[in-house]
Ligand binder design. Structure first.
Ligand code: ATR
Length: 276
């Protein structure tokens, strides 16, 4: 039996165990997915301990995504993002990956949103960072808008790879304040909310009249599934993608990396949505 798990603190509320175990069951894979809650300074020890015990793969969540970098060999995207949410133990050394980035792009693509043109990412925290790098990696021009404008500017510079020789010199990214949103959205193709606004409250970081039918809109918030932003986006005729899709596809991407098999997306999606 293979053991997979999630390392976080706290991890009690996680939806990953039922989602992954539904995937194992659907494919007849003999595996379990469990949660681990090491102390907050225990990221590297957790990875080393898991490797020693023969754990097959780990997901990593708050507050360990940055600390784990030092204990793994990160792939280029995880390295540029500066955060790892998936560790693979199948090689000689544990490798680190960031499936949050691909989670967002796969969620959009699964809803037939073309990943070309301009994307507006609202939020410059951990989630916004992964999403901005993911969309830039697809070749999109990325406009980052954040309440604290200086953080948007700093993230845009990181996405462009300013000061780094190995970065993708073609990446087009700029940082803005939230008041720039109407202008930015006028000719945008994709909008992602990567702030916590809308979580447990009926609020949105984007003015409703800035939305239009040419947008694909992903809200990373998944509690509630139907946020005010997504309601406004649907009213404007946009394609809407709720936050459970991003959560699903970051898990699907990890599942496929670990098992080497195509994930049973429908079974994993059902298990996830049953519990939101
Ligand atoms: P996560 O890891 O989920 O991205 P985070 O790193 O704490 O969490 O980032 C939270 C994001 O939500 C930030 O972009 C934050 O904006 P600031 O950088 O200005 O703090 C944004 N955010 C949180 N509350 C907000 C609010 N009421 N209005 C606008 N943006 C908000």
């Amino acid at each position: 039996m293979d053991v997979y798990g999630l390392v976080g603190n706290p991890v009690g509320h996680s939806l990953s165990p039922p989602m992954h175990e539904a995937g194992y069951e659907a494919l007849g894979v003999d595996a379990r997915y469990v949660t681990f809650e090491p102390p907050r300074d225990g990221a590297a020890a957790a990875v080393e301990g898991a490797a020693a015990l023969g754990v097959a793969g780990l997901n990593v969540t708050i507050p360990f995504k940055q600390d784990v970098l030092a204990a793994v060999d990160p792939d280029p995207l995880a390295s540029r993002i500066g955060a790892v949410n998936t560790v693979d133990f199948s090689g000689a050394e544990p490798t680190g990956h960031n499936t949050d980035a691909v989670g967002a792009t796969r969620a959009l693509r699964a809803h037939d949103v073309a990943l070309s043109g301009t994307a507006v990412v609202v939020g410059a925290g951990g989630a916004g960072r992964a999403v901005a790098f993911g969309l830039a990696d697809e070749g999109m021009s990325v406009r980052i808008a954040n309440r604290t404008e200086s953080k948007a500017g700093a993230l845009a510079a990181d996405v462009r790879g300013d000061g780094s020789e190995s970065a993708d010199a073609d990446a087009d990214a700029t940082g803005h304040g939230l008041d720039g949103l109407p202008e930015l959205l006028a000719d945008a193709d994709v909008l992602v909310n990567a702030t916590s606004v809308g979580m447990e409250e009926d609020a949105t970081p984007v003015p409703a009249d800035a939305l239009h039918g040419g947008l694909g809109v992903l809200d990373a918030v998944y509690r509630p599934l139907e946020t005010r932003l997504l309601r406004d986006a649907a009213d404007a005729g946009a394609t809407t993608v709720d936050g459970a899709w991003m959560l699903l596809y970051q898990g699907v991407e990890a599942f496929e990396r670990w098992t080497g098999r195509e994930a049973p997306v429908a079974a994993m999606n059902e298990a996830l949505r049953d519990r939101i």
